[in-house]
Design a binder for this molecule. Structure first.
Ligand SMILES: NC(=O)c1ccc[n+]([C@@H]2O[C@H](COP(=O)([O-])OP(=O)(O)OC[C@H]3O[C@@H](n4cnc5c(N)ncnc54)[C@H](OP(=O)(O)O)[C@@H]3O)[C@@H](O)[C@H]2O)c1
Length: 346
């Protein structure tokens, strides 16, 4: 780890995920070979940190020879459903670094309760592409709160990362870039303004991504003007996720993959399937190749040839969302003001 070393610092939340890993390796492939790179891996657990670092090191050794001697690793343990953990992560980063160049807000979670198999079969028979593009058969639990008494999905995907950025803004200032990972499924219908913590919503994951979209549009201009931070909003399309494996067996997993390829073959541009293609938009944004005023998606053709898609977002309600989140931020600043923490236990 390096406080003063002149390296490019990249922080990826949820590095252990398929997308997190692929963002890491694509960034390493695209950054120039004339400067060292510090990759700050995050996870909630040390074993996942170790696994992520080993996987990325292995990939560099096999595919990006020019970077073998240029990359060093650091890590932060952080759970975005725990405000003390977020504060600890901030303290650690603040101690170790004076600047962070890239922050990918990639970690996310839902509160899944399984799959409604009857609904899944019905949807697949009725419209197979729609069934694997906008599935409604993934069951999500309602009313789940964190130990901080916040809506769990709201805190994990929206408020936790927002508060983290609020704390480390000075490290990102003067040229840093933030890339928020949203989703295809962040439609307006998934968010009720009477339930911003998504406690009553049976689609809290989708609602959280709608909140991410609105927060991006409500803040990117101000971040640029006041802090010289460039913020981007992207979505990775649809790809295989490690987190949903637990609900699938051998047959249902390969059945899902077959449907994914079928959807792509029938013309669905968002069935990227591979995490590498899914990481196209996040990395293009980080490299400054996309516009901040549009949501940019990773897409591919029938043969897997990748390209970017630019989408307009209806931003109705973004100021209400920002006001709410900013007032919650003040509340938590007050609650945490005397907290002294140390995230690295001996
Ligand atoms: N899969 C898709 O088709 C798809 C589609 C649209 C958008 N996305 C978005 O793409 C991103 C990556 O998705 P994925 O499917 O690759 O991820 P995933 O397999 O579901 O993994 C989630 C990652 O987030 C981290 N995480 C989860 N809860 C956390 C918490 N409370 N605090 C800190 N970290 C937490 C996990 O880290 P640890 O377990 O190591 O702690 C893990 O690395 C997410 O933002 C997701 O919403 C995915």
């Amino acid at each position: 780890m390096s406080l003063s070393k002149d390296s490019t610092k990249i922080l990826i939340t949820g590095t252990s995920s398929n997308l997190g890993f692929n963002i890491a390796i694509r960034m390493l492939e695209q950054l120039p070979n004339d400067k060292e790179i510090t990759l700050i891996v995050t996870s909630r657990t040390l074993p996942k940190v170790k696994e992520s670092i080993n996987d990325i090191k292995k990939y560099i050794g096999e595919h990006i020879f020019a970077k073998v001697k240029l990359v060093e690793f650091d890590y932060i343990l952080v759970d975005f459903t725990d405000m003390i953990s977020i504060l600890s992560a901030y303290y650690e980063l603040n101690k170790r670094y004076v600047h962070i160049d890239y922050l990918f807000v990639n970690a996310a979670q839902g509160v899944y309760g399984g799959i409604d198999w009857n609904a899944a079969i019905f949807e697949v028979v009725k419209n197979p592409i729609e069934a694997v593009t906008n599935p409604t058969y993934k069951l999500q639990r309602t009313g789940v709160q964190s130990n901080d008494n916040l809506g769990l999905v709201f805190q994990a995907n929206v408020f936790g990362p927002y508060y983290f950025i609020h704390k480390i803004k000075h490290l990102l200032a003067n040229g840093g870039k933030i890339v928020w990972i949203s989703s295809l499924m962040s439609q307006q219908k998934y968010l009720s303004f009477n339930d911003l913590q998504l406690l009553r919503s049976p689609e809290s994951y989708e609602g959280s991504k709608r909140l991410v979209d609105l927060l991006h549009f409500a803040t990117f201009n101000k971040l640029k003007k006041e802090n010289n931070i460039n913020q981007y909003l992207v979505h990775p399309g649809i790809f295989t996720s490690f987190s949903f494996f637990e609900y699938l067996n051998f047959f249902t997993y390969y059945g899902m993959l077959v449907l994914f390829y079928l959807a792509r073959w029938m013309g669905s541009r968002y069935h990227n399937i591979s995490g590498y293609i899914a990481a196209n938009a996040p990395v293009a944004a980080a490299m400054g190749k996309t516009k901040q005023s549009l949501k940019v998606g990773s897409a591919c053709g029938r043969t897997g040839r990748e390209y970017l898609v630019y989408e307009e977002v209806d931003t109705t309600g973004m100021h209400d969302v920002l006001d709410y989140i900013d007032s919650l931020t003040k509340e938590w600043d007050e609650k945490l003001k005397d907290q002294i923490t140390n995230s690295r236990q001996p």
